[in-house]
Structure formats: structure tokens, C-alpha cells
Design a protein around this ligand. Structure first.
Ligand code: MCA
Ligand code: AMP
Length: 492
């Protein structure tokens, strides 16, 4: 049986989840998730790897649905709760999910589409009590989850992880960062990515700890929770620490001191998903007394490299390989680089995903013949610590901790009338890491404001460009390829 369920059985009386001012014990979560599994099964013995998409707010129902899917033998496909319909449709079609579970507030957004496609639509908060049934034995080698990640192709790819992959990912950080049943983590991250799903929610619950949820991101709410004095673990992307520092600076001295004192009690504060600026790390230390633990991860591998729990957490570095993860740096000829030389990070280990969903060629392309996963990130080792130098592809943008494909955004832009050509790039930004911007060559009347409003009907706001520059032509090299670095300089 699934390990996360087994450990929950040991902690039945303990609080697993706090959400909407209510505490839920592990025993209740188990029972509710098993009822939900029975509901999903609807008389079948095993979902046998059926993909179950769910668009559920962070909180008790999210975990109930996720555990229900796993216990019924299904594959969990969490959807982004701020995505507009076209992005949701893409994931539903790509996974072939025949069941979609939603919180009631998302019902109207998807109901017509689900009906048209004969997708079974379940409103999680309207499911009546369901009698328990015998649940299938789910082997760890079976698929557990599909998360969508942008890459160097124009459409996001579904990253398939098995239960064994997830177990390895959780075991590795549990050992390295010493999770325990006394942990009380605040979850402020979206739950369609590894950072929130694995590092905050799954790893904390797996170790018998408590996860407290906020309903949507808010600096005030986060400070309010910190001040209650129960939370002792916090994990976030650099943009969130930036926003917290900015929010703290607006407070009066008494409030600042109260927050500083509350933070002193924390066991662990982690930062990752994008490069942590040294200034943010230093300002956070001044504010909280904590040296942030920066680590490096990827949807395809979970966490790979981390600064130590005990020992020097070096600013500007991502640390050393985590337990169970093997790392190498290679040059373009796939040769190991000399110490101090830059190379692409390759990863091996049980933590590494199984495949891209329905994309055998893309899967083969991202692995070397001898089984190393090619991350596309370039790093160097200095005094034993890895330092990220950048990405091998200019078409990958990291904004607010989200990985975005410039090609995907360009494709949507090109489907708008009167655009002859366009180039999307990321430009450096203190708050967001990178800002998405677009140079557009119009072929007729084009109002950037109207274009922007339309883009938001197609993509979530974090994917839409912050600035549009109308230009006569894009810079191209002799081969006719757009020179993105020159496009970036247009925005300086
Ligand atoms: C939102 N806004 C932006 C961006 N996103 N502006 C510029 N760049 C952006 N990227 C604007 C919106 O348009 C809006 O402005 C205003 O900010 C508020 O938007 P909203 O969506 O409500 O933003 P938020 O709720 O304040 O969110 C900021 C956030 C969020 C909390 C930092 O981006 C976030 O949760 N990021 C974390 C993503 C994450 O978990 N990544 C992990 C994946 P206006 O009102 O003017 O329209 S990576 C991973 O999992 C790997 C394994 C790893 O290593 O961890
Ligand atoms: P995602 O595909 O959304 O999981 O994003 C993974 C990517 O985030 C990695 O390939 C890196 O480019 C980036 N990333 C994650 N953690 C860090 C970090 N600590 N420093 C720099 N980049 C990071």
C-alpha cells in the first residue's frame, strides 16, 4: 500500500490539515479520502491508471481528492486554479482524463465543456457520504501523478511520476531537511507544481506533520499566521520572500519586532524554484534571523541539489547533491567537465520521473543513452558547492517561480489578428526574477491594451507579457533565426 497512507494510519489522532479555521485529523482525512476513492471507483475494482483531473482549492478537499485518486488506483492530474478554459482543455485533452473533480466555484467554468466531451464532472463539496469499499493494492511502480511543465517545445509536457518516484523524492528531502511529526508548515504555494505538492504538503504529511493552508496568496495573511506562533516551517520562491520583505518594511517598529520574534521560533525556511538573489537572502536574514536554505529542483526530478540543513548555507549557491541523487556536469560533447568549469547538470536516481506523457520521442531526447536526465541547466562546482549559471535555452523564462516557455506564449500571440511576427523574452526583474515581455511586428491595426486583455482570456496572468513593444522587424541572424538576446536589449 502507498506509504503516505500507511504513515497516516499511525498518526490518526494528530492534526493533518488546518484550513478555513478548521482542523482535520489524519484519521478523518483517511476515512474521507477512502470514501472519495469509493465514489471515484463507482463499482469498479481499480481505476487502473485512469487520469483524474482535479481543480480544487488548496485545503482539506485537495488532499482528500489526491489521496482518494491514489487509493483508487488513479493518476492525479492537478490543474492550475487560475488557468482560463483553453489551458485547462489542453491538459484534459492531453491526459485524456475522463473524470474531472472541481470545487463548486469552478463548476460553471468547466461544466459545458465537460458535458460536451462526456467527461464525468464531480463537485467535491457536493459529494454525499459514500459507503467504504475494498480498495485495490497499488504497487509503487504504478503511475501516480502527471504535472505539466513548459520546456523548449511550444506546448507544456506532462511529467509522469510513479509512486516510487514520489517516495524517493520525499525520502530524500525528509532525510536532508529533517522533517518530523512536530512540523507545522504553512502552504502558500500553488498545488499544480512539485514545490507545493511534494515539498510542502506531501513531505510534511508523510512525516506526520501538520499543513496549514491560506486561501489565496496574501502577505498580510501570511504575517497573521506567523504571529499565531504555531508555524515552524516555511517554503517559498524568491518572489514571495521579496514580497514579504517589502510588506514587512511597510509595518511599524512594534509589528516588525513581533514578526521577527515569531520567525525566530522556526525550524526551517527554504527557498527555491528560481535563483535566490543574494540581496533577498541577506535582507531575509536581517528580518528573521534565518539564513534561507536554498535548493535546486525540477518537475522532472523533485529536488536534486541543496544547501545543508546543518553547515554552511552559501549565498548564490544551490549546495550539494541530495541523498539518493547522483549529479554530473558535462560539456556539449557529453564529457565530464574539469572542476571549476561550467557544464550541464545531469541527474540520475529513483527520484527521476518515468516519462513525458504520450511523448516517447521527447522522453528519449531528454535522457542520455546511459540513462542520465538532461536538465538544461548549466552550473559550476566551486569549493564543493554547485552554482547555477543559467539555462541552456533562451526560450525558457522563470517568472515568479513559474517556468514559462517563450515559444508557447509566442504561439498564442500569433493566433491574434494583425500580428505578422513576434518574439517573447524574459528580462531581469528584482521582484519576479524575470519579466515576460513581447516584441510584436503588426501587420495592421493593433492596440496592445486590447491584445493584453485578450491574452488573459487565453493564459493565466503570470504567463502574459507585462510589456508589448511594437516594432517594424525582429533582429534575425544570417540563418533567419530571431536573435533573442538582441530582442532583450530592446527592453532596456
Ligand atoms: C502575477 N503578476 C505578475 C506575475 N504574476 N506580474 C509580473 N510577472 C509575473 N510573473 C501580477 C498579476 O498580473 C497581478 O497584477 C498581480 O501580480 C497579482 O497577481 P496574482 O496572480 O494574484 O499574483 P500573486 O497571487 O501575488 O502571486 C504571486 C506569487 C505566485 C505568489 C509569487 O506567482 C506564486 O505562487 N508563485 C509560485 C510558483 C511556484 O510554486 N513555482 C514552483 C514551480 P494585476 O493586478 O495588475 O493584473 S517550480 C517547481 O516546482 C520546481 C520543482 C522547484 O524547484 O521548486
Ligand atoms: P520547473 O520546471 O517549473 O520545475 O522548474 C525547474 C527549473 O527551475 C530548473 O530547471 C531551474 O532552471 C530552476 N530552478 C529551480 N531551483 C532553482 C534555484 N535554486 N536556482 C536557480 N534555478 C532554479
Amino acid at each position: 500500500m502507498l506509504r503516505i497512507i500507511e504513515t497516516a494510519k499511525i498518526n490518526k489522532e494528530k492534526t493533518a490539515i488546518i484550513a478555513n479555521a478548521t482542523s482535520f485529523a489524519f484519521g478523518f482525512l483517511l476515512e474521507q479520502s477512502q470514501q472519495f476513492a469509493a465514489h471515484l471507483l463507482a463499482g469498479e475494482k481499480d481505476l487502473d491508471g485512469a487520469r483524474i483531473a482535479f481543480m480544487v482549492d488548496p485545503g482539506f478537499d485537495y488532499v482528500k481528492v489526491q489521496w482518494g485518486i491514489w487509493q483508487a488506483g488513479g493518476v492525479a492530474v492537478p490543474l492550475c486554479i487560475t488557468h482560463p478554459l483553453p489551458s485547462l482543455q489542453y491538459v484534459l485533452e492531453d491526459t485524456g482524463a475522463q473524470t474531472l473533480v472541481v470545487s463548486s466555484k469552478y463548476h460553471d467554468l468547466v461544466a459545458a465543456y465537460a458535458m460536451e466531451q462526456s467527461i464525468r464532472l464531480i463537485v467535491v463539496d457536493k459529494v454525499p457520504d459514500f459507503p467504504l469499499v475494498n480498495l485495490p493494492q497499488v504497487d509503487a511502480s504504478r503511475n501516480a501523478m502527471i504535472l505539466y511543465t513548459s520546456g523548449t517545445t511550444n506546448k507544456p509536457k506532462g511529467v509522469v511520476t510513479t509512486h516510487a518516484n514520489i517516495e524517493a523524492q520525499v525520502n530524500s528531502i525528509s532525510a536532508a531537511w529533517k522533517y518530523s511529526s512536530t512540523d507545522h508548515a504553512l502552504c502558500v504555494l500553488p498545488l499544480h507544481h512539485v514545490h507545493g505538492i511534494i515539498n510542502v504538503v506531501s513531505a510534511t504529511l508523510w512525516n506526520g506533520g501538520t499543513v496549514e493552508f491560506i486561501s489565496s496568496f496574501s502577505v498580510e495573511d501570511i504575517f497573521f499566521r506567523f504571529l499565531k506562533g504555531n508555524i515552524n516551517v516555511f517554503m517559498a520562491v524568491p518572489t514571495i520572500y521579496f514580497k514579504l520583505i517589502a510588506g514587512w518594511e511597510l509595518l511599524d517598529n512594534t509589528q516588525q519586532l513581533q514578526i521577527r520574534n515569531a520567525l525566530k521560533q522556526f525550524r526551517l525556511m527554504v527557498c527555491g524554484s528560481a535563483a535566490l538573489p543574494v540581496s533577498v537572502m541577506e535582507n531575509w536574514e536581517k528580518l528573521s534571523g534565518h539564513v534561507l536554505l536554498e535548493r535546486y529542483g525540477m518537475t522532472e526530478i523533485g529536488m536534486g541539489i541543496s544547501n545543508p540543513y546543518e553547515g554552511e548555507r552559501r549565498a548564490g549557491y544551490i549546495g550539494k547533491p541530495l541523498p539518493g541523487v547522483t549529479v554530473r556536469l558535462v560539456d556539449d560533447a557529453m564529457q565530464l567537465v574539469e572542476p571549476g568549469e561550467p557544464g550541464e547538470i545531469h541527474i540520475k536516481g529513483e527520484n527521476v520521473f518515468k516519462e513525458y506523457w504520450n511523448k516517447p520521442e521527447a522522453t528519449a531526447q531528454e535522457f542520455t543513452p546511459d540513462g542520465w536526465f538532461k536538465t538544461g541547466d548549466v552550473a559550476v562546482v566551486e569549493d564543493g558547492y554547485y552554482r547555477i549559471l543559467g539555462r541552456s535555452s533562451v526560450d525558457i523564462i522563470k517568472s515568479g517561480g513559474y517556468k514559462l516557455s517563450a515559444l508557447e506564449i509566442e504561439e498564442v500571440l500569433r493566433s491574434y489578428p494583425n500580428i505578422a511576427d513576434c518574439a517573447v523574452v524574459g528580462v531581469p526583474d528584482d521582484e519576479w526574477g524575470e519579466l515576460v515581455v513581447a516584441a510584436v511586428v503588426p501587420s495592421g491595426d493593433l492596440d496592445p491594451q486590447v491584445l493584453n486583455t485578450w491574452m488573459r482570456t487565453q493564459m493565466a496572468s503570470y504567463k502574459t507579457p507585462r510589456k508589448y513593444l511594437l516594432v517594424d522587424a525582429l533582429p534575425r541572424n544570417a540563418m533567419g533565426k530571431v536573435v533573442k538576446n538582441e530582442v532583450k536589449t530592446m527592453f532596456q
